[in-house]
Design a protein around this ligand. Structure first.
Ligand code: MN
Length: 319
């Protein structure tokens, strides 16, 4: 819990911070925000992350100090794991021998850390880093503000998902007061894609259809589309939300070909329609309004099966 984290930081000196592979805005923003906080308290902190940092985060202060390491080396008093469901998530070997601090706002994982601080009421880990800064008597510097604001804006979908609370906006307000520039930070994420994203979007949206009720939209992405668009990982982020913008659409199915007769499926829904429940039937999971699964078989058959399951779910909800 928070008091243990405060005590640890006060007593110890040398820290490392990591997050999950394929890091997102919350993982990177919170890791760097915590790094700047520790440095401002006179501690040493290394941010170690497996793999490349996506371009959306290249302007975060401290991003040039992030090290891509395969094995934990260096003698640290503790290693912070930001938003990791287990010790394997960072993709870094040697963490099992370290003193670990698990900081997360998802309550689904095991409490694998030596210290575990889990707050499911926080919109993002970034909000927790802000709380930590306050609890330890730190000052919100411009660097901390930029990094933590990035965490909030990405994890709340620019403050429009249901995890946005009065506290989220209060923290955002404090970060802006401390120097964070909302338009610059959002622009780095949402107006900073390569053209290949537009090429891929054009091809995927060309496949979008609705079922006879008009409430379910479904679309496809083939491997060929990726190739023709020169697409890179992440180019299709958020595509699944596009058809959801139509008034009458309540659910979206987005199937991506990943091999012969094998698909990764994203499901989205509005309101109390629970797509995580459907994903779980296929060994997937997620949240009520956003879930994913993997499925094998004939494309038309599997698509029809998912449409039919969603139709049943929507019908049963109305009665
Ligand atoms: Mn998060």
């Amino acid at each position: 819990m928070l008091s243990q984290v405060v005590e640890l930081i006060e007593k110890k000196k040398a820290f490392a911070i990591t997050t999950h592979v394929k890091p997102d805005g919350d993982g990177l923003g919170s890791s760097l925000g915590l790094c700047w906080l520790l440095k401002s308290l006179g501690k040493t902190a290394d941010v170690i992350v497996r793999g490349e940092v996506p371009p959306a985060y290249h302007k975060l202060p401290g991003v040039d100090l992030i090290r891509d390491v395969e094995h934990l080396n260096g003698s640290y008093d503790a290693v912070f794991l930001i938003e990791c469901s287990d010790l394997e998530r960072p993709g870094i070997r040697g963490l099992n021998e370290a003193f670990t601090v698990n900081i997360d706002h998802h309550s689904t994982g095991d409490p694998f850390g030596t210290i575990n601080w889990i707050d499911p009421t926080a919109s993002a880990v970034g909000e927790m880093i802000y709380n930590l800064c306050k609890a330890i008597g730190g000052r919100i510097t411009k660097e901390i503000a930029d990094c933590v604001y990035m965490a909030l804006v990405t994890d709340t979908g620019s403050f429009h998902y249901s995890n946005t609370t009065d506290r989220t906006l209060k923290v955002a307000s404090e970060l802006i007061k401390a120097g964070a520039k909302p338009a610059e930070i959002s622009g780095a994420v949402y107006n900073n894609y390569p053209w290949s994203r537009i090429e891929l979007m054009r091809r995927v949206l060309d496949t979008v259809k609705r079922d006879e009720t008009g409430k379910i939209a479904y679309m496809r992405q083939t491997l060929a589309m990726r190739q023709e668009s020169d697409a890179i990982d992440g180019d299709n982020n958020g595509f699944v939300n596009i058809p959801l913008a139509a008034r009458e659409v309540e659910a979206v199915i987005y199937m991506r070909e990943i091999g012969a007769n094998s698909y990764r499926v994203s499901l989205r829904s509005k309101g109390d329609l629970n797509v995580a429940k459907i994903a779980e039937r296929f060994g997937g999971g997620g949240h009520r309004n956003a879930a994913g699964l993997q499925i094998d078989g004939n494309w038309d058959d599997k698509e029809a099966e998912l449409v039919s399951i969603l139709q049943t779910e929507i019908k049963s909800r109305i009665q």
